[in-house]
Design a protein around this ligand. Sequence first.
Ligand code: NI
Length: 254
Amino acid sequence: MIWDTHAHLDDLVYKEDFLEVVERMKSAGISRMTNVGYDLPSSERSVKLAQDYDFIYAAIGVHPHNAEEANDDTWERLLELVKKSKVLAWGEIGLDYYRDLSPRLIQKEVFIQQIKLANEVGLPIVIHNRDAHQDVLEIIKTTPPQYGGIFHCYSGSWEMAKVLLNMGFYLSFAGPVTYKNARQTVEVAKQAPLDRILVETDSPYLTPEPRRGKRNEPTYVVEIVHKIAEIRNASFEDIAEQTMRNAKTIFKSN
Ligand code: NI
């Protein structure tokens, strides 16, 4: 049993074969999946999926790419969505200085605003951080998430990981940990305490080896579990079981 803690199955690329994707996932033992929003419509779709499928849970929020579109109405409607059942986290939120699709000042304001909202409603946050380590650190130090958080697709150094682990964050690993040039990520996956790591696919993106470059789907989270088991010299079952337990802890789910 594995929990894919981050996927976007509401994406249009699954329109034709959604049910087959779900069937494959269930037969592969992926018993839970968190569908993550990145703006208001995708957050609404995530909640709808969580209502329609017992093994799907939802996270809602505005991604830094979409920060510029967010306004008071967005927050009001997200706060309404939070009241629905199976909304387990606020995200994905954060900073993306790689693509810079929204102005950095607005990205920061929207990130801070959403940490405050998550604190208000008692949810952990899901953090997207790309090339923005210093500013993300500064924000989570000055506005700490009170219900914890996950660094989704962790890609930073072990030095930064230690700081985040000391602050209580969870680190989630995706396809990149299976890539050939992943020395730094492998190092973190090896050193991080076993009770603080999670696995995810970020479907339809970041497809793990050996299918890198093709469309991703939750089933392939087994490749991440395999890789972490190999890195840590542990069994597949141990990593699956422990990451499931960790997901249940951070998402406060039984
Ligand atoms: Ni994502």
